[in-house]
Design a protein around this ligand. Structure first.
Ligand code: NAD
Length: 465
C-alpha cells in the first residue's frame, strides 16, 4: 500500500539524520545514478515534453535534459571542495582559536516546481539537495502531466522513498505537503503562490528559496547593434512560446530606432519561426492550457483596444493552443499587458527619449528577475547596472546567464529570494554552521567577572576600539 505524505515525511526525518554524515563520494554516487537514469529514460522525457508543451527534441535537450546533465557534472566535479569545511581566520577576541564553516545538510526538503520547464525545474534543485546531503519530497506541476508522470516513475521506482519521493497532484497535494515542518522549501513558480509558500513556511520558520517571476525588460540603446539585439530578443522571447521566466517581457527602445528595430525583429521572427510564410510548429511550442491560452489572447486584444498596434503576428490556432509570435508597438503602459508578467508570445516595444527615462521606467516597476541591456557604450552599461536592481543581468544577450553554474541564479524582492545552480544551489540546501575550536592558549577568561578588577583592561579596550 502506498504510504501517505505524512508517513514518508516521518521516514525521511529519521533518515535525514543518517544522511548528515554522508561523504562527498557517496553523494556523487547518487548523482551518477540519477544521471544514468535520466540517460536511460531520455526518449520518454523528450516525448513527454513534446506532449505537454510541443517542445522540440533539440530545445528540450538544450534547455531541460542537457542542462541537468551539466548541473550534475558540475556538482560531481566540485562536490569534494564544496563539502570541505571552509577555513576562516580568528578575530582579536578569539586569538589562537581555529575557525571553520561546516556545510551541514538542512535535513528534509520540499521541492515544488512549475510546468514551463517541468523536467529541469524539478531535477536541478534535486541535484543540489542530493549534493548537500538532504532528503527530498518533490511535487511537479499538475499542468504538465506527461512530464510529471515520467518524473514520478523515474524517481519512485529507483530511489529509496526514505530519501527521495515524488508526489503527483495539484494544489491539494501542495497544501498537504505544506502542512509539514520541512527544513527547507525550494519553490519555483509565480509570486502569487510564492506568498502562500512563505506564509506556510513561516509556521515552522522553515527556510525558503523562492524562484519566482516578473516583468524582465530589454533596454536597447541608440548605439546598440540593432540586428543582433533584435535577433537575440526574438529568440529569448519566443522560445517555449514565451513561457520562460527570464524571457524578455518587453523592450525599451530609443525612439529614433523604433521603426528599424520593429523591422529587424519581424525579420528575425520570420527567420527563426516560419518556413515558407507558415509558422513552423516543429520549432515553436504551444500554450500550456486552455485558460493560459485565453488569458494571453485577452491580454493582446486588450492591448489593441488600449491603442497598441500589432506589427507582426496575431493568428491563433484554437485546436492546438498556438498563438503566433506577436510584436506590438504604441502599447499603453497602463494596459494589463504592461502591468503583469506576460509569460507568453507577446512582445510590447515601448519607446524612450533618454536612457535615464528608460532607467526611471524600470525603477517604477517591481524589480525584474532579469534585466537585459543592449548597448555599445561601456559607460551606459555600467550606469544602467548601477542605477537599477534585478535578479540577474545579461549584457548584449538574453537568457544565457542562466547557463553558467558559476553565477548564482535567483531573484530579488517580488521575483524571489535565495539562489540556485552550482555552489549556490548546494548552499541553498546547506546550513553554514560556524564551528570554533578553542586552543590550549586560551584568552577567553579575561572576559569573565568580577568586572571591577577589569578597569585597566576596559581603558585599553577603549583606546583600541
Ligand atoms: P504557480 O505558482 O501557479 O505553480 C507552481 C507550483 O505551485 C505548481 O506545482 C502548483 O501545483 C503549485 N501550486 C499552485 N497553487 C498552489 C497553492 N495555492 N498552494 C501551494 N502550491 C500551489 O506557477 P506556474 O504557473 O506553474 O509557473 C509560472 C510562474 O513560474 C511564472 O510566474 C514564472 O515566471 C515562474 N517561474 C520562475 C522560474 C524561476 O526560476 N525564477 C522558473 C520558471 C517559472
Amino acid at each position: 500500500m502506498q504510504k501517505s505524505i505524512t508517513e514518508i515525511f516521518e521516514l525521511q526525518k529519521v533518515h535525514s539524520i543518517l544522511l548528515r554524515s554522508t561523504v562527498a563520494a557517496e553523494r556523487k554516487e547518487k548523482l551518477r545514478k540519477l544521471r544514468s537514469l535520466i540517460q536511460e529514460n531520455e526518449g520518454l522525457i523528450f516525448e513527454a515534453l513534446q506532449n505537454d508543451l510541443r517542445k522540440s527534441e533539440f530545445e528540450a535537450a538544450l534547455t531541460e535534459v542537457y542542462f541537468v546533465y551539466a548541473e550534475i557534472d558540475f556538482a560531481i566535479k566540485n562536490l569534494s571542495k564544496w563539502v570541505s569545511p571552509r577555513r576562516v581566520s580568528a578575530g582579536l577576541s578569539s586569538l589562537f582559536t581555529k575557525n571553520r564553516i561546516f556545510y551541514e545538510p538542512k535535513g528534509v526538503s520540499l521541492i515544488i516546481s512549475p510546468w514551463n520547464y517541468p523536467f529541469q525545474l524539478l531535477i536541478a534543485p534535486l541535484v543540489s539537495a542530493i549534493a548537500a546531503g538532504n532528503c527530498a519530497m518533490l511535487k511537479p506541476s499538475e499542468l504538465s502531466p506527461a512530464t510529471s508522470s515520467v518524473l514520478l516513475k523515474l524517481i519512485n521506482d529507483n530511489f529509496d522513498s526514505r530519501e527521495i519521493t515524488c508526489f503527483e497532484g495539484g494544489v491539494e497535494v501542495s497544501e498537504a505537503l505544506l502542512e509539514l515542518p520541512f527544513d527547507h522549501i525550494f519553490f519555483t513558480g509565480s509570486p502569487k503562490i510564492g506568498k502562500v509558500i512563505m506564509a506556510a513556511a513561516a509556521r515552522y520558520l522553515s527556510s525558503v528559496t523562492l524562484e519566482l517571476g516578473g516583468k524582465s525588460p530589454a533596454i536597447v540603446t541608440e548605439d546598440a547593434d540593432l540586428q543582433k539585439a533584435a535577433e537575440k530578443i526574438v529568440w529569448g522571447k519566443f522560445m517555449n512560446s514565451g513561457q520562460t521566466c527570464i524571457a524578455p517581457d518587453y523592450v525599451l527602445i530609443h525612439s529614433s530606432k523604433e521603426q528599424e528595430f520593429l523591422r529587424l525583429a519581424s525579420l528575425s521572427i520570420e527567420k527563426l519561426f516560419y518556413k515558407n510564410n507558415t509558422l513552423d510548429k516543429s520549432s515553436y511550442g504551444k500554450i500550456i492550457s486552455e485558460s493560459h491560452y485565453q488569458r494571453l489572447k485577452s491580454l493582446r486584444d486588450k492591448a489593441v483596444e488600449d491603442g497598441a498596434m500589432i506589427i507582426k503576428g496575431g493568428a491563433d490556432s484554437d485546436e492546438d493552443q498556438t498563438i503566433e509570435p506577436v510584436l506590438l508597438s504604441k502599447v499603453s503602459v497602463s494596459s494589463a499587458i504592461m502591468q503583469e508578467e506576460i509569460f507568453g508570445p507577446l512582445l510590447p516595444v515601448i519607446t524612450y527619449e533618454s536612457v535615464n527615462e528608460a532607467i526611471d521606467f524600470v525603477n517604477q516597476m517591481l524589480k525584474p528577475l532579469a534585466l537585459y541591456i543592449f548597448s555599445s557604450s561601456n559607460d551606459v552599461i555600467r550606469d544602467t547596472i548601477s542605477q537599477t536592481s534585478a535578479g540577474g543581468t545579461c549584457v548584449n544577450d538574453v537568457v544565457i546567464h542562466i547557463s553558467n553554474p558559476n553565477l548564482p541564479f535567483g531573484g530579488i524582492g517580488n521575483n524571489g529570494s535565495g539562489s540556485c545552480h552550482g555552489f549556490f544551489g548546494f548552499k541553498a540546501f546547506s546550513h553554514e554552521r560556524a564551528v570554533m575550536f578553542q586552543s590550549k592558549i586560551d584568552f577567553s577568561k579575561i572576559a569573565y567577572p568580577p568586572y571591577p578588577e577589569k578597569k585597566n583592561l576596559l581603558k585599553w579596550l577603549k583606546k583600541i576600539m
